[in-house]
Each structure stands twice: as structure tokens, then as C-alpha cells.
Design a protein around this ligand. Sequence first.
Ligand code: NAP
Length: 307
Amino acid sequence: MEKYDIIIIGAGPGGLTAGLYAGRQGTRTLILDKGITGGSGLMVPSMENYPGYDLIAGMSLIAKMKAQTEKNAEIHEMEGVETIDRVDNGFVLTTPKTSYFAKSIILATGTSHKKLNVPGEDHFTGLGVSYCATCDGLLFKDKDILIIGGGNSSLQEAIFLDNIGCNVTVVHRRNEFRGEKYLQNKLKEKGIPVIWDSVVEEIKGKQMVESVILSNNKNGSVHELEVQGVFIAIGDIPSSDLAKELGVNVNKYNQIITDKTQKTNVDNVYAIGDVTGGVKQWVVACGEGAIAASYAYQDLEQTKKKE
Ligand code: NAP
């Protein structure tokens, strides 16, 4: 069995930063990800709030981070962790390919998309329904599309899709957005229409999406809107099942609880980024990655001294 000092689960911005810091301390570090490097970071069309960059796409920043981290840590893509067992002095992590030993674990498992759970959503996923503007946006150039949600993701996606030539409308269930004022202003400047106080009840079509049924929360009116695309950006669900199986404490939202050093209640298990809740921003995930890696290293050094 291959042995590592630190194994990081999740190769998003936080996991990559943890790998960079852990590797630079001289620890043997592995990052495992069930998908490709970047996680949901790949889906961010563009960012204007990552320090040092006026504007950068999630994909581009991930490519830079990956190249830097790979000099210091191994990254195994398409290798998700199925189980973690506590053993003497560490953990055994099992993937569909093999098992690994780690003295410490950093959980950077992120979140998954929340679903709308309306008729037509599952059926038309990939046939006009999407959760990723960066991935699918170009397919909808010159088409009428609806973006659902009032947070940063939906506003960013609306602006991105408008920029690439889609005819965008946003629908939000309340009469004010929760996303950043800066993004709200940009939406206004672009003249992107917003349908307030309304929810999508159904997504309809034959082969592909053709319309949605909208209902107004305030007056109960219902109408059908013709669209060829529906982008759903209504928040996320923490990917904390593995953590819970290991006995790691989570809060009522299933977010992993850590202290300021990113330690969980289980010795030598740390957690970082969106799976811990809080301010879900790249810069925060990266900062937490640096903190977790530094303390994981210190804790390993202390254990060595005691031995
Ligand atoms: P979010 O901030 O949780 O917003 C979700 C939006 O969807 C809210 O406006 C919510 O309405 C609405 N919504 C939730 N469930 C709904 C339903 N069943 N039907 C209709 N609407 C529904 O989610 P997000 O925009 O995906 O962002 C997630 C986190 O990532 C946030 O903390 C955000 O700040 C962060 N983020 C960061 C960046 C960045 O680093 N630059 C970029 C994107 C997102 P209500 O407002 O009524 O609750």
C-alpha cells in the first residue's frame, strides 16, 4: 500500500492550495479527486474578486494552480475515495483502484448542485437544462434562456451568458437578490430582464426544452414562457457524507465543523473550503487550505518528536 503523510480529498482551489503548502513542507502529499482537477471551480465563468487578477476564468486559474501544485504534490484525478478507515497512526483510504495510507487527511470535498425538483428537470438535463454556464453556455448563443436563482452564481452566469450572446432572463423567487451589489449593478447596466417573486413550476418540451411554467408567489398568477435553455443556480449541498462516516461533526446544514486551525473533532482530520460553509469564496478556500496544511504539518512534526 502506498503511504503518504497527508492525503487531501478534493482538487478544487482549496485542495490544490493545501497540496501546494503541504508539499512545500516536504511532506509526501497526495490529492485525490473523483472528477477532474478544479471541481466546481471550473464552472465559474469569470471572477473579478480573486486578488491579483482583474478578470480571470475559473478554468484558467485552476490550470495555473494545478501546474504549481503538481510540482509539490501528486494529483490523482477520476479517483474518488469510497471509504476511510481509522488504523494505528493514521487512516486507510480506499478508492475504486486501490488503498492508500495517510497519517493525516484534509477534507476539501466542496458541494454539489442543489436541484429544483420540478417536473421536467431531470428529463431535460443535458437537453436544455444545465447547471453550468461555462460548460454549456455556447450551445445557447442567440437563444432565449432563463436563469433561476438570486445568488452570486446566478448573477455571474447571467452576465456571462449575456456576454456570449444569449438572450437572458433571470427569475428569482423574491423581490431582491442576495448576490453582490456589484453583480446586481452589472445586471442592471446590461439591461438583463428579471422576473421577480416567481418560481418555475415545470420545464416543458418535446425533444428539448421549449418552455417553462412560471408562477408568481405574490398574486398566484401562472404563465408559460418560451425558452430554449434553463440554467439552474439555486445554491449547493455540502459533500460531507464521507466525513460523517468517519465520525467528523457537522452542523445542521451538514457543513463540517472546524476550529480556526481547520481541525475537526477527529485527530489529524482537517476540513477546508465550501464543505465547511461560511464565506464561500475561492480566496477563503485557498486561505483555509494553507492553514490546514500548515497545522497538519506541525501536528505531524509534534507526533514525530513524541515517538
Ligand atoms: P446561494 O448564495 O445560496 O443563492 C441561491 C439562490 O437561489 C438564492 O437567491 C435563493 O433564493 C435561490 N433559491 C434557493 N432554492 C431555491 C428554489 N428551490 N427555488 C428557487 N430559488 C431558490 O447560492 P449560489 O449563488 O450558488 O452561491 C453559493 C455560495 O457560493 C455562496 O456563498 C456564494 O457567495 C458563493 N459564490 C462565490 C463565488 C466567488 O467566489 N466569486 C461565485 C459564486 C458563488 P433566496 O435568496 O430567496 O434564498
